[in-house]
Design a protein around this ligand. Structure first.
Ligand code: PGA
Length: 250
């Protein structure tokens, strides 16, 4: 019942020209894909060009972050309505790199998510534990806390515009993917946490993506897991050869 979603997070890669080139290769390669939603998240400067390239195709465009105020004196920040204006349908929120390097916390994740949905963007809300937290045996409590604090107090209709991405920090950009078993058990834990907050119907409908060194050769095993509904792909989404083969995992 949950429609899979494959999202590419380009992080701080690609100029406008490189973005256009990538779409020239991507669009014909995914022409016949019907089994999943496809999302690409370029850097802010390339969003409008990406939206233009994706217009009329199966690809939706996402930002990588957003600010919660509608406008104002917030130097360097981007508002939801600006992203919508640039052609975005989604935004990523709370990516572990934002949490690690830029002071993102659960409370700002919650504010950004609320503002995004109110302004017409779907949110991909990221959670995940660090290596030290996993080694200390606290992975589950860390991730449960991120879900409880970042995703509390939303209405049923708001929640239909939210997906969760589980991205263990130790698996991001390291080539060290969580095994399908590790990923699946945390996804089940996240779904259980959502069930405790919102009940059966919402928890059964919530899409939970896995992220962290997803590649063409591991996507199939991950997608075969009951509670894994998609992937948030970093490095392998930059290549016009690997991203379509991840999208076509079936
Ligand atoms: P990676 O990044 O696929 O390069 O590990 C995933 C992410 O950070 O979203």
């Amino acid at each position: 019942m949950r429609r899979p979603i494959i999202a590419g997070n380009w992080k701080m890669f690609k100029t406008i020209a490189e973005t256009r080139q990538f779409f020239d290769a991507l669009i014909p390669a995914i022409q016949d894909v019907e089994h999943c939603d496809i999302v690409v998240a370029p850097p802010f400067t390339a969003l409008a060009a990406a939206a233009e390239e994706a217009d009329g195709t199966r690809v939706s465009i996402s930002a990588q972050d957003v600010y919660w105020e509608p406008q104002g004196a917030f130097t360097g920040e981007i508002a939801v309505r600006m992203l919508v204006d640039a052609g975005c349908a989604f935004t990523i929120i709370g990516h572990s790199e934002r949490r690690q390097y830029f002071g993102e916390i659960d409370q700002t994740v919650e504010k950004k998510t609320r503002a995004s949905i109110k302004g017409g963007l779907d949110a991909i809300v990221c959670v995940g534990e660090s290596l030290a937290e996993r080694d200390a045996g606290s992975a589950i409590s860390i991730v449960r806390g991120q879900v409880q604090n970042g995703l509390a107090g939303f209405s049923e209709s708001e929640l239909s515009h939210i997906s969760v991405a589980y991205e263990p920090v130790w698996a991001i950009g390291t080539g060290r993917t969580a095994t399908p078993e590790i990923a699946e058990s945390m996804h089940a834990e996240i779904r259980k946490t959502i069930l405790e907050i919102y009940g059966e119907k919402i928890s059964a409908a919530m899409r939970i993506l896995y992220g962290g060194s997803v590649k063409p050769d591991n996507i199939k095993a991950l997608m075969a897991c009951e509670n894994i509904d998609g992937a948030l792909v970093g490095g392998a989404s930059l290549e016009p050869a690997s991203f379509p083969s991840i999208i076509k995992y079936r």
